[in-house]
Design a protein around this ligand. Sequence first.
Ligand SMILES: Cc1ncc(COP(=O)(O)O)c(C=O)c1O
Length: 513
Amino acid sequence: MAVGHIQFGTSTGTRGQLGPTDVIPVLSRHVLVDGYDVVCDLEASSGSTIVDARTGTRYLDLYSFFASAPLGVSPPVLVRDPAFLAELARVAVNKPANPDMASVAYAEFVETFTRVLGDPQLPHLFFVEGGSAAVENALKCAFDWKSRHNEAHGRPAELGRRVLHLRSAFHGRGGYTLSVTNTDPVKTARFPIFDWPRIDCPAMTFPCVGAALDAVVAAERRALAQAEDAFARHPHDIACFLAEPIQGEGGDNHLRGEFLRAMAALCERHDALFIVDEVQTGVGATGSAWAHTQLGLRPDIVVFGKKVQLGGLMAGRRVDEVPDNVFRVPGRISSTWGGGLVDMVRSRRMLEIMESERLFDRAATLGADLLAALTDVVERHPRLLRNARGRGLLCAVDVADSALRDEAVRRLREDELVLLLPAGEQALRFRPALTIGADELERGVAALDRVATSLGRTRIRRVETGAPSPGPDSSTPSPAPSPSPAPSPSPAPAPSAQDSPAPSSSTQQKGQR
Ligand SMILES: Cc1ncc(COP(=O)(O)O)c(C=O)c1O
């Protein structure tokens, strides 16, 4: 039978057949809908305002798609640029396999990335979809490197398969990353994981002076001793040390440059690569392209994702001591789409805007004001809030306990229409777009101040009546009535994290968190 050319019809499929109120019911039939109880109106939403398509409710967005939207939602600077939209549409009709099929758009992205975010000492680039896959390819690079390094020095090539990492780290949920992620046990339980060496996270508490500083320095010493011990217990078998410069999901735990540089020196002594995971901290959030440069680090590999719009890594330094590394031998690391061309075109334009508008410097300035305002709020609510901290716009405060923190997130969302993320056991973290207005940040801080006041009243009632929960719909146990307002000297909050937005009360019954 002869097969003729296809006569394409005019079917539009489901496009235009569903309205905003259909969204949650349709999705819920097939996927776990445990995020915000919001149907995002992508046309009405703009910058740091997210509009619910069902109700028109306008939320102040301090979460920015989990720190992944550098210019906010439907950035006006892109939406009002017809030439860019046409370019994006032309590219979007394809999803080429970048690693095999080069294109001008691919090269333009690489050139822009290198100019805005690149480090001449880290010339090798690799792109893939998502942060977890990016971390895993960084680990593959390290395993390959260490194995070849061992072999070149007359040791077994089978050695070099362990990853030294920190407690309360979050690096994703893939096959290898599950073994280094250790925040909320729900995320890792029942999956097979490698028994890789884990050391304490000597997180700072703020203000980091006096006794608080002494406690951090002591915690650093213990962590460094644990690392020494791990290298001694696994000779030539540790391929790398992997760390977030500031732990995000684990609780916005800040580490001192002194500690991370000591870890880097240890890695150098033991021929292990030093890898920083900047998936959450990278691309201007902390007021510079990368957080690690502010900490005086010279990593062998930097992993990125989120605000770049795709995942990947940049590598160099000691990686090139092994000539046949994964960047030279074909087939060792690759994927079909190699990051995705549409995301690259959007990323290129966003990076151009970040560069021309000097958004990293802006984040540093705005972030300093945000931190000062948060410090003020903490001082006004010393029994409820503490530990205001931040680099650039990556700011956080701790609430007295998990139950009150969860209640604060809920009240911010429901009473104040502010979307703010939890982190770790007690933290509230700010992850605004780099384009957020100073007035919007002020609104967010004022909302937090009001919520803290109302939570303070709830706590007083609770203490007076012995009621067990902070809010009307919470079933969490009663916290200690009066936690110390002083910074806690303990190194890091116990492992636990919220990696997804706090669910609305209507979705909470799924028991995800
Ligand atoms: C530091 C860090 N690494 C890795 C990941 C994983 O990225 P993805 O969710 O894109 O796989 C995340 C995600 O939040 C992260 O914060």
